[in-house]
Design a binder for this molecule. Structure first.
Ligand code: HPA
Length: 271
């Protein structure tokens, strides 16, 4: 059933685009400015696509943008679906399935996340080297359709090592400092308590957020290579409680977006 739905949605989109996208990009909170990376060819609003969920959260528009970055065909999701909005894991990850059906081979995921590693600062970029999945529901739970991927996917290299190296090389060339670390994904929508922040650090998380992990799992299930990068928008580890607001998250993400855009554009170029 899922397979037929994916094919139907991909067919609807295929009829509206000229070229097969090879790179997919998901924009995180406050990173909508990255949409300017693309020489736009076609935009398709989520609410016009059969079976596509529609984004509800402030700071997220909802459209697919097709076009070119440095001559390569890409598709970009401006606005993603979060589990905390009430979507099922199948809905959260459906666009990644559609990307795969359209021909996407590499997925670049961006997000805003909370800094847990005490050496991090607001505005830092963190390349994800790994993740810890703390979502309460798994996107692959249920009957497995072998046409989409194997029952027990390997997760020994969720984030492609070559892409990580490429990103570091580019960041160095562009004089943009980058961190790397482990992203711990949980459902939200509350930000974490001080004790939760300490726990996240103790179990090996460098940053925490409410997205990314489900999409990455489904991309890996489908054999898509993944690169992911966070903007650290707030800091949770501290001796005195630090208040976090969604506005601050968006502001910090917006401020760091140009640095992230420069890295992503050059990655697509050198891929
Ligand atoms: N926690 C969870 N998600 C987030 C955070 C955070 O501190 N900042 C941005 N997204």
């Amino acid at each position: 059933m899922l397979f037929e739905k994916i094919e139907a949605t991909a067919g609807y989109i295929r009829a509206r685009i000229a070229n097969k996208p090879v790179v997919g990009i998901i924009l995180g909170s406050g990173l909508g400015g990255l949409v300017d990376l693309i020489d736009k060819e076609v935009e398709i609003a989520y609410d016009t696509i059969p079976d596509f969920p529609v984004s509800t959260v402030e700071g997220h528009t909802g459209k697919l943008v097709f076009g070119k970055i440095n001559g390569k065909d890409v598709m970009l999701m401006a606005g993603r679906f979060h589990y905390y909005e009430g979507y099922s894991m199948q809905e959260v990850t459906f666009p990644v399935r559609v990307m795969k059906a359209l021909g996407v081979e590499t997925l670049i995921v961006s997000n805003a996340s909370g800094g847990v590693n005490p050496t991090f600062n607001i505005g830092d970029l963190m390349i994800l080297t790994d993740h810890i999945n703390q979502f309460p529901e798994h996107p692959l739970r249920g009957r497995n359709d072998e046409r989409l991927g194997t029952r027990f996917p390997d997760m020994s290299q969720p984030y492609d090592h070559k892409l990580i190296e490429l990103a570091k090389e580019i960041a160095n060339d562009l004089n943009i400092p980058v961190r790397s670390g482990v992203y711990l994904g949980l459902q939200g929508p509350t930000f974490e308590t001080p004790a939760e922040y300490r726990w996240i650090y103790n179990v090996g998380g460098d940053a925490v957020g409410m997205s990314t992990v489900p999409e990455v799992i489904v991309a890996r299930h489908g054999g898509i290579k993944v690169f992911a990068i966070s903007v650290i928008t707030d800091l949770g580890i501290s001796d005195s409680p630090i208040k976090i607001t969604h506005e601050e998250v968006l502001e910090a993400a917006n401020a760091a977006a140009p640095k992230m855009a420069a890295i992503v554009a050059e990655m697509v170029n050198r891929m």
